[in-house]
Each structure stands twice: as structure tokens, then as C-alpha cells.
Write a protein that binds this ligand. Structure first.
Ligand SMILES: Nc1ncnc2c1ncn2[C@@H]1O[C@H](COP(=O)(O)OP(=O)(O)OP(=O)(O)O)[C@@H](O)[C@H]1O
Ligand SMILES: [Mg+2]
Length: 461
């Protein structure tokens, strides 16, 4: 994450200096101003993420600076630093939308907390604003393309579920089949569309943090819990929460989740109050959950609870009649994005696309189109621009064929580092799958767990 910039406004050189020391020590980037006029200039020039503002300045008061900032439409969080006991200033600044105030002499622990909270709030606001943006442009059900019975059924289901009261929904399908898209479309079509949409990837969050991610924590609940934090369930109140890769959630958390789904109330970690929220939970998985239930990696009761309303997305190879409309759709999309004017693919290119078996499903198709449209000139896309694995009719670039006598590989006379070879192949698989581990594992014919282990071993994260 890039360093966040904090603008420190204070007329006393010593205060500026000591604040700068502290803030840099905490990992922030610091910019300084000694009076109101400079502060206003810096606020627009340096684009700070936060401002600490002393009320007593030589040319104007901090309160005046604050109201001037608002007039100029600068909306970064401001922490006002007031003289001890001057309640008026504090009240005034809060009215003007200051995030918080701190009295002099500055208590650094308090300051650090106020900073963290303010920056976290800012991050969330941007996050929410961004999610809303994305929803409007890319995620409506109108962008769910296809002519097959399968796609038509899915679209109908999306509409029905969106309009229903269903509080939990399960979406299953191989990687790249459109689970995220379906989840967003359900949200956008529902009466919750003005509410928040949050997604959490259960595979990406360390087990120890999962509970606090989902349910939040109180200050002091554990060593790193320096301030209170709201969890995803609270933040998604009135909206939709997507639990992606739900199969990766550990059994303990699964039990807690089930309780919440049944009662819709929970406690923050370290909290005593029961909180209840109105959230539609959509779980997604690219692993077969029934299989996970059979091997006791997934709780059966949770599975039943989620699977009341299941949506199963077929792999693209099982509904290839949707490839032509998808092609049209992506070509139009990338024409707009890249300012190109490509009309269609050559017959040869289209045949190759129809014959390929698309292990990475619609995502792989989309990526392939993106690639050829960047490379193509004129108004047609020729086959030569397609990724090799597609243009060679579905075989892998390195012929590690089981059939051939020596696996298609020759040991060089001078020998080779097996370590390097394995590392390189894994790196390529991750590159080809754009970091998607399920797909990469498939390309390497190993399990996801094995891949995970090797990625760690070779430090390929
Ligand atoms: N029916 C469809 N019409 C148009 N675009 C689609 C369709 N299905 C999927 N896509 C596009 O394919 C890409 C992959 O879809 P998505 O991210 O929803 O897959 P996913 O199932 O969530 O994959 P993963 O399991 O890897 O998270 C996205 O860019 C999405 O917009
Ligand atoms: Mg997804």
C-alpha cells in the first residue's frame, strides 16, 4: 500500500518537528504548513489523506481554515488540535465536519488512534463509492450474456431471487464461470441495490482474523485490537454480503456462520452486546461443496442452510453456443475501452475459439479477446494473435504429454536445476491463469493444496 500523506498545520516549529518525527515513525508521509494560507495551498497541492490542524494560527484561525477547505470542496478528514479546555473551538470544528479533535499537549497514543480511525473511515468511503460505481456500469443483469437454455435459466433465476426474500443463496461453478457477476447482478436487481455490497474472500483471509473480519471486534479484544472495528456483517447492513470461496472457511467459523444465518444476530469479538443486521448472504464456491461435505471438510448443516437456493453455473465447454454472443459482447466492450473499431474475427480465429475447451471459462475467453484486441490492427482479428494454447487447438505450450515417450522434455547435456524448472513452470502457470490458483493447479495437474504449498516454498506469492 502506498504511504498515506498527512498535512501538519501548526505555527510552532517545535510542534511541527515533533509531530513529523512521530508520524514518520508510524509510517506516514508528512507535509508541513506554518500558517493558514500555506495550509490551504498545501491541501490542494499535496493531496493529503488527512490534515492535523492547530486552531491558533498567525493569519487566521483553524476554524476559518476548516470552513475555507469545505468551500473549496476539499473533503479530507481533519483532526483539529485545540488548546486544553477550549470547548468552544472543539464544538465549532466538529460542526464544520472535523473528524475529531485533540487537546494540547498532544497525547500521542490518542492521536495515533484518531488517525487510524479517520483513515480507515476514509478508505471505506472510497471503497463503497467505488463499489457503487462498478455496480452501475458493469454488473447489471443486462451484462449477463448468452443464448443457451442454461444462461436463460440463470438470468431468470437471478431476477426471481433478487425479488425474493431469500436471505441466503449459494452459487457454485468452476473458476471464471461468472459467480461474481451473478452475485452482483442479484444485488443490483434487488430492492437492496441502494444498500452496500461487500465481498470477502475466505481463502485470502488468515484464519485468525476471519472472525473479526466478519463480525468486528471491540477495542482490546486481542493484542492488535487497538480500536473498535465493525465487521463485514455490520457494514453490509441493508445490503448484500458475498462470501467468496466459502469452502476455504475453517470448520469453527462455519459453525459460527451457521448460527448467525439462523438467528441473524452476533457479537463483535470481545463484545457483550448482541447485534442484529439485515443482510443477504451470497456464498460462492468453485469447489464442489457436496464433495467437501462428504470428506468432512464442510459442515453438512451449513451446506443445507446455504443450498436452499443453489445456482450452478456450467463450465463454458458445456454451453459453447454462448461463445459467439460473448465474443460480440467483449469485442464491443474492448472497442469502447481501447478506442478501436474491430468488427469481427476471421473465420479461422472463430473456429479455434469454438474448438478450444476453455478450462478458465468465460474469464479466459474475455482475457483472450482483450489480448487479441490490443494486438490487432484494422477491423478484423486474425488467428495469429490468439494465445498459443488456443491457436494450437487446446494443447499446452510445453508438451508435457503423458503419451510421449519422454514427456516431451529432454534433459540438457549440462544438466539443469530441477528446482528452477519446477519454480519456472509454476510461475508460468500462475501467469497464464492470472494468479488464479485453482486454474493454475489444473494446468499443472496437481491439487490446489499442493500448489499452495509449492507457491509458499518457492516464494511465488
Ligand atoms: N454470462 C456472462 N456474460 C458476460 N460476461 C461474463 C459472463 N459470465 C462471466 N463473465 C465475465 O467473466 C469474468 C469472470 O467472471 P467472474 O469473476 O464472475 O467468475 P467467478 O466464477 O467469480 O470466478 P472465480 O471462481 O475465479 O472467482 C468476468 O469478467 C465476468 O464479467
Ligand atoms: Mg469470483
Amino acid at each position: 500500500m502506498p504511504k498515506e500523506t498527512i498535512l501538519v498545520v501548526d505555527d510552532e516549529r517545535l510542534v511541527r518537528w515533533s509531530l513529523q518525527q512521530k508520524l514518520e515513525q508510524w509510517g506516514y508521509h508528512v507535509s508541513l504548513a506554518e500558517d493558514g494560507a500555506t495550509a490551504l495551498g498545501r491541501a490542494q497541492l499535496d493531496n493529503p489523506d488527512l490534515i492535523t490542524l492547530d486552531v491558533k494560527l498567525p493569519d487566521m484561525t483553524g476554524i476559518e481554515v476548516l470552513s475555507e477547505l469545505r468551500k473549496r470542496n476539499v473533503h479530507v478528514p481533519v483532526i483539529v488540535i485545540t488548546a486544553f479546555g477550549v470547548v468552544d473551538d472543539a464544538v465549532q470544528s466538529l460542526k464544520l465536519g472535523a473528524y475529531d479533535f485533540i487537546e494540547k499537549p498532544i497525547n500521542f497514543e490518542k492521536l495515533e488512534n484518531a488517525l487510524r480511525n479517520a483513515l480507515e473511515t476514509r478508505r471505506l468511503r472510497t471503497e463503497v463509492a467505488r463499489t457503487h460505481e462498478i455496480q452501475r456500469s458493469e454488473w447489471s443483469v443486462d451484462h449477463f450474456i448468452g443464448v443457451s437454455d442454461h444462461v436463460r435459466e440463470v438470468i431468470e433465476l437471478i431476477r426471481k431471487l433478487a425479488a425474493s426474500e431469500a436471505s441466503t443463496i449459494l452459487i457454485q461453478g468452476e473458476s471464471g464461470t461468472g459467480k461474481d457477476l451473478v452475485a452482483h447482478a442479484i444485488h443490483c436487481e434487488s430492492s437492496r441495490r441502494e444498500g452496500p455490497f461487500y465481498a470477502i474472500n475466505c481463502a485470502a483471509i488468515p484464519e485468525s482474523l476471519m472472525e473479526s473480519e466478519l463480525f468486528g471486534h471491540e477495542k482490546g479484544a486481542f493484542t492488535d485490537a487497538r480500536s473498535q472495528k465493525r465487521g463485514m456483517f455490520e457494514m453490509a447492513d441493508g445490503g448484500t454480503l458475498l462470501l467468496d470461496e466459502i469452502s476455504e472457511m475453517n470448520l469453527g467459523m462455519q459453525a459460527k456462520l451457521l448460527r448467525v444465518l439462523e438467528g441473524q444476530s452476533f457479537r463483535r469479538v470481545g463484545g457483550v452486546k448482541n447485534l442484529s443486521v439485515d443482510v443477504r448472504v451470497i456464498a460462492a464456491s468453485n469447489r464442489n461443496l457436496e464433495e467437501a461435505v462428504r470428506s468432512s471438510r464442510f459442515r453438512q448443516d451449513l451446506y443445507f442452510r446455504l443450498a436452499i437456493i443453489p445456482i450452478s453455473l456450467l463450465p463454458l465447454r458445456d454451453h459453447k453456443e454462448d461463445i459467439p454472443p460473448l465474443l460480440d459482447h467483449f469485442i464491443r466492450y474492448y472497442n469502447r475501452r481501447f478506442h478501436k473499431n474491430i468488427q469481427h474475427l476471421t473465420k479461422e480465429a472463430e473456429d479455434l475459439l469454438m474448438n478450444y475447451d476453455w478450462p478458465g471459462n468465460i474469464r479466459e475467453l474475455r482475457n483472450a479477446i482483450e489480448r487479441v484486441m490490443i494486438l490487432a490492427e484494422g477491423n478484423r482479428v486474425a488467428a495469429k494473435y490468439l494465445p498459443i494454447r488456443i491457436s494450437e487447438g487446446g494443447s499446452l505450450p510445453v508438451p508435457l504429454g503423458e503419451g510421449s515417450e519422454n514427456g516431451g522434455i529432454r534433459l540438457p547435456g549440462g544438466g539443469i536445476s530441477l528446482y528452477e524448472v519446477e519454480r519456472e513452470l509454476i510461475r508460468q502457470a500462475l501467469e497464464q491463469s492470472r494468479g488464479n490458483k485453482t486454474l493454475a493447479a489444473k494446468l499443472l495437474r496437481i491439487t490446489r493444496d499442493t500448489l499452495r504449498y509449492k507457491v509458499k516454498k518457492y516464494r511465488l506469492e
